[in-house]
Ligand binder design. Structure first.
Ligand code: ACO
Length: 432
């Protein structure tokens, strides 16, 4: 097979190298295009642009394949714990028992946060969205650990920052929820495993101690694993671009949290539950909402449907749908929203509009239903997505640095005014 592609432009032929990935996927390397032809490429929304080469996650959107470091998402979700997957993503291999013990120990000793964070938290209005609180608390870590601002200082310092953010993230996430509820914060309990510790900080009340429930801990591990990485999506690309300016890990990840918040990305899980509740409150008229979703003049979209890269099915959605049934049954929860979601999915999958546009349920379609059954309110769903995505962001930020990638800085095609004669606005009178 040819190792270059030819481009003819203004009578000149130039050869562009073909780059082949380890799964035989191919890309045209256009890095010399501009110097040889003066052209740039234009691809709004980066729909067909590879921004990097990466060893972390392989995804085939046509076949519905997702693998991290070579391991299938199905196996990881059924056999691993979330901390094992964190180690795998960040350090490249599944840990041995002693590597895992030492990794979990390093995280555990950083679960506590400085008492001054409570003062920051107090300053927020009680109805502040937890995603906004979370992103600013993560950036605020730079104030408490100023040495982290220079990620070039040492590898040990980067590893320390990684352990700190993995340790403190669940504490911040739980505290942002307590803030919203007006309940006292709960301190970490390091005798517990990573996920149970988080659940205790979320749900324990001074009046009622938290009793760990293995069904809930297992479901949380699975959900976090399913969100752990997804190659160059909107938030991860944001983390890499911010990090490419040599920004340190905390602000880079905080930027990822903000990108994830949007309803077209991680914010979709909250939007799905709100949409399903709206349909129920509106008399369960599914057809009306299917019609709205298909109407070009209506901004309504079927939330939790469609994906930039999956055009057949989202393998995570398959696992989550099964897990939703299982969790609700084991917890004895009967949520009419699950029945509605299944009906809506069935109707949409048979509708020509959705079939033609290859719109399938994505990971967010069922995740909110499980989170609700586990006791999380909708405004925490995207926080839970961020919690799961944390190791992916860390791994991608670390890889980008280790590969010494250049500053992320796309080009554009300017379409505005050409040079205009300057007129002082006081003298300028608009034509009547
Ligand atoms: N409901 C109705 N129509 C849709 C939907 C939807 N959920 N998603 C896409 N379409 C239509 C678009 O209107 C467009 O139609 P057109 O070709 O006639 O203009 C076509 O399908 C392609 O959609 P685009 O928005 O161009 O595709 P893109 O790849 O940019 O969008 C996205 C992907 C943003 C996920 C989109 O499918 C969407 O908005 N889905 C709903 C939000 C959602 O669930 N987001 C979570 C994604 S998963 C994640 O980030 C974790």
């Amino acid at each position: 097979m040819s190792d270059s592609a030819s481009l003819n432009f203004e009578g000149k032929e130039i050869k562009l190298p073909i780059i082949t990935g380890s799964e035989n996927e191919k890309a045209i390397d256009i890095s010399k295009l501009r110097s040889e032809t003066g052209l740039v490429t234009l691809d709004k929304g980066f729909k067909n642009t590879g921004s990097t080469t990466s060893n972390i996650t392989y995804l085939d959107g046509e076949k519905g394949i997702l693998r991290h470091r070579g391991y299938s998402i199905e196996e990881l979700a059924s056999k691993s714990t979330f901390t094992e997957v964190c180690y795998l993503l960040i350090y490249g291999n599944l840990p041995t028992k002693s590597e895992l013990d030492s990794f979990e120990h390093r995280i555990r000793i950083h679960t506590l946060v400085h008492e001054d964070f409570k003062i920051i938290l107090e300053g927020y209005p009680s109805k502040a969205h937890p995603m906004g609180i979370l992103s600013s608390l993560i950036t605020s870590l730079t104030a408490f650990y100023p040495e982290s601002l220079d990620p070039n200082r040492s590898k040990d310092l980067v590893d320390l920052s990684i352990a700190r953010i993995l340790g403190k993230f669940p504490t911040f996430a739980a505290w942002s929820y307590k803030k919203r509820n007006g309940h006292p914060i709960i301190y970490p309990d390091n005798s517990l495993d990573y996920c149970t510790n988080f659940l205790k900080m979320m749900f324990e009340l001074p009046s009622e101690s938290y009793k760990p429930n293995p069904v809930i801990t297992d479901a949380l591990n699975k959900l976090l694993i399913l969100h752990a990485d997804h190659e160059q999506n909107c938030s991860t690309s944001t983390v890499r671009v911010v990090g490419s300016a040599q920004s340190s890990i905390y602000p880079s990840i905080s930027a990822g949290i903000n990108a994830l918040w949007g309803p077209l990305h991680g914010g979709a899980n909250q939007a799905v539950i709100e949409m399903l509740d709206q349909i129920i409150n509106d008399g369960n008229d599914i057809d009306k909402y299917i019609k709205k979703a298909k109407d070009k003049n209506d901004p309504f979209r079927l939330m939790g449907f469609g994906h930039r890269v999956y055009k057949n099915f989202d393998p995570r959605a398959k696992i989550i749908k099964k897990a939703a049934d299982n969790v609700l049954e084991k917890l004895g929860v009967n949520d009419p929203v699950l029945d509605l979601a299944k009906k809506l999915e069935k109707i949409a999958l048979e509708d020509q509009y959705f079939v033609d546009k290859k719109l399938y349920p994505n990971v967010d379609f069922y995740s909110g239903i499980i989170y609700r059954a586990l006791g999380f309110p909708p405004e925490m769903f995207t926080v839970m997505f961020a919690f799961g995505r944390l190791p992916g962001w860390i791994a991608q930020w670390k890889e980008m640095r280790e590969n010494k990638e250049p500053l992320g800085r796309p080009r554009q095609i300017y379409t505005g005014e050409q040079t205009r004669e300057y007129k002082d606005c006081l003298l300028y009178t608009s034509p009547s």
